[in-house]
Design a protein around this ligand. Structure first.
Ligand code: PRP
Length: 181
């Protein structure tokens, strides 16, 4: 698996530093509140479980699953709800946690959904942001790292469901997805 990686973009140590920085920032911003932290399956599970451990808050967690990539490299443009939250978000301060934001479609879809359900506030936290890929404007409150528009895998990011378990984030060699697509 490691042989399919062209270069490392963010190693394990850097990822933990970013989780700590964001977790501490969120701790400060949410003093006196009990936020609902929503992880977007499947990609965000690794970041979600790390970053919440740096939040010194009485938070609760839940998960939602939506998809627009179907395992490939291009957004299909249509976001589908695959697994809904178990929690009622009415009146809650929600923090949506993502592994990566590209076009912005996924988070806009989730934000609109939770707004319609009466969330008190909604903030976005992503480990990786790819601003060059943005199609829909989206204010992001907590960003770990900005990355160039290359195809990334690892630490939750996949290609056709694989590579999520790489402990770092790297650029996939183009020949891997050119030959397999
Ligand atoms: C990825 C990622 C985000 C979304 C971001 O999810 O985890 O949810 O794409 O892209 P966008 O800003 O262009 O909408 P994906 O649909 O690939 O599912 P996954 O989390 O299961 O990999």
């Amino acid at each position: 698996m490691n042989n399919d990686i062209l270069k490392t973009v963010c190693d394990q140590k850097h990822i933990q530093q970013v989780c700590k920085r964001l977790g501490e920032e969120i701790t400060k911003d949410y003093q006196g509140k009990e936020p609902l932290v929503v992880g977007v399956l499947n990609g965000a599970i690794f970041f979600m479980t790390d970053v919440v451990r740096y939040m010194d808050l009485y938070l609760s967690i839940d998960f939602i699953d939506v998809s627009s990539y179907n395992g490939g490299t291009q957004s299909s443009g249509t976001v589908k709800l695959i697994k809904d939250l178990d929690s009622d978000v009415k009146g809650r301060d929600v923090i949506i946690v993502e592994d990566i934001i590209e076009t912005g479609r996924t988070l806009n879809y989730i934000k609109d959904l939770l707004n319609d359900r009466g969330a008190n506030s909604i903030k976005m936290c992503t480990l990786v942001d790819k601003p060059e890929a943005r199609i829909e404007p989206l204010p992001v409150d907590y960003v770990g790292i900005d990355v160039p528009n290359e195809f990334l895998v690892g630490y939750g990011l996949d290609y056709q469901g694989k590579y999520r378990n790489l402990p770092y984030i790297g650029v996939l060699k183009p020949e891997v997805y050119q030959t397999k697509n």
